[in-house]
Design a protein around this ligand. Sequence first.
Ligand code: HEC
Ligand code: HEC
Ligand code: HEC
Ligand code: HEC
Length: 499
Amino acid sequence: MKNKILFSVTIIVVFLLGLLASSIINRKSEAKYKYVPKVIIAENEPRNEIWGQNFPKEYQSSLRTADTSYVSYQGGSQMRDMLEEDPRLVILWAGYGFSKDYNQGRGHAYAIEDIHNTLRTGGPKGEGDGPMPATCWTCKSPDVPRLMNEKGITEFYSGKWADKGAEVVNSIGCADCHDPENMKLRITRPALVEAFDAMGKDINQVTHNEMRSLVCAQCHVEYYFNKNIPGKEGVPYLVFPWENGMTVEDMESYYDDIEFSDWTHALSKAPMLKAQHPGYEIFTTGVHADRGVSCADCHMPYKSEGGQKFTDHHIQSPLNNVSNACQVCHREESTKLIANVYERQQKAHENRLHLEDLLVKAHLEAKKCWDLGATEDQMDAILTDIRHAQWRWDYSAASHGGSFHSPVETARVIGGGIVVAQEARIKLARLLSALGYNEPIEMPDISTKEKAQEFIGLDIETLKAQKAEFKKTLLPKWLEEAKQREAGYDSKKVASASN
Ligand code: HEC
Ligand code: HEC
Ligand code: HEC
Ligand code: HEC
């Protein structure tokens, strides 16, 4: 009897101790996981490290976009010199900045460094100098929403790239996609809001799932600078050309209607369009978009660390992270999924190169026509074909990831480009023959980037020297000025946040 009582008491005591222990553990982990802000983030705070004090997991993972060790067949985080890999691009972009220097994108952490370094931004000596407008900063930094709030949108787009060099210094980050008050996803780039307006849609009505793609569509889209907006004449105002829709034909008709061209080709004199990176547009035509999969599902999948689930802010090629990025939905082996992606990319690439060859020839044949005394009337239809064919090539080439995001649409666009380029070359052959020339055009040696650049008459050494001078003199001044300014920002430490 005594033993039985002792036994029951022991059981009860052990049970109560267990309860106590589990409650302590719960409290502890509650304390550990309870969100206690360490700083009050100011409305326009551009510095990721300040946001990072409140959200260390998201911040730490975002720092990994600085890792440049991963290479895939077409993408990855390494800096790849695309002109070196394919010197034909130099011919396609003759007369335009991209023929000077074009590297494949790497991680978000490099957005500022890479725009400082590219030869396309030149070597400005001070305010008002250099080839690029201030608008070029728009997709690089959380300093952009800050400046737009402080100065106004049109004022932000006004002036030269160099004018805002000391202002835009923090690489893509938290304030680009989040509201500091409640961390909700938000759109900070007016061009996207205005493009929705132009299509008769209200971006405030979109679903949370759509926002998980639209935050990316602030930058990974086709755009141009419109200098003819009534009341804002002369300002290179950023516009997404979606008024007629987002397909290659919709945007082409938009540009044709307003007779817009990015530049005049140095060899063929065609009024060219440079597709920027219509990544979002082409994605929306694919099967993943159709099934409601968002950019963030593959490029920012959930991750678990120390029992905590959070959104991985290491935005990168999903092929470097197949288990989290794909295998939540697909049961296939990782090697098989990667092979599926490569197969789509390789097949699109094969035809894209055919189109490229046709375009190189068309530009050179058109140049020959001019040299032989062709008139503008004779050239008009040919140059329109060249414009339209290269627009199709660029739309498919520049929509990074497009041949996986939407392989069928990508193939259709390239196929259409091949047809138009062939039509241009039939017209060219007829005109050449009318001008008394009946042989194939001699092709220059463009087997390396250097040879191709020399052929189009680029003086790369001078451009490099100007860039080096800029990095030695003006750039350090920008960075120093930024440091001084940021020392006066008003994000506040929360006094009681000792844990
Ligand atoms: C179903 C998964 C998936 C979705 C959804 C998705 N992507 Fe991708 N994305 C990929 C894959 C796979 C690649 C190819 C990566 C490679 O070649 O290394 C890629 C490539 C890219 C690239 C080029 C990256 C590189 O390393 O070259 C960019 C930029 C990109 N995607 C942006 C987006 C944007 C913006 C969206 C939404 C509009 C989106 N992606 C939606 C899977 C996805
Ligand atoms: C504020 C503009 C901006 C936003 C917003 C943005 N990006 Fe980017 N993204 C860039 C720029 C600029 C680069 C190129 C950086 C470099 O190479 O210097 C880039 C690069 C990338 C790359 C690497 C490209 C490569 O070839 O490896 C991927 C992948 C990518 N972004 C995906 C996304 C996804 C997914 C989203 C949305 C969750 C997103 N980005 C939102 C501007 C942006
Ligand atoms: C290119 C856009 C983009 C940038 C830049 C970005 N985020 Fe996010 N963030 C997202 C998306 C998308 C989600 C998922 C939101 C959802 O589905 O509710 C997210 C989710 C979060 C969440 C919610 C918790 C979680 O992990 O899901 C926090 C907190 C957060 N981000 C913090 C940050 C911080 C801190 C930074 C800067 C270091 C940052 N984010 C930069 C797009 C971005
Ligand atoms: C959120 C779920 C989801 C994620 C994440 C996802 N997929 Fe898919 N994927 C789908 C759905 C749904 C389909 C459409 C086929 C279907 O309905 O069965 C699909 C279709 C495909 C297809 C065939 C379509 C085509 O383009 O030919 C491939 C290949 C594919 N996915 C690869 C991938 C890879 C690689 C990743 C990771 C980078 C990935 N998916 C991530 C849901 C997902």
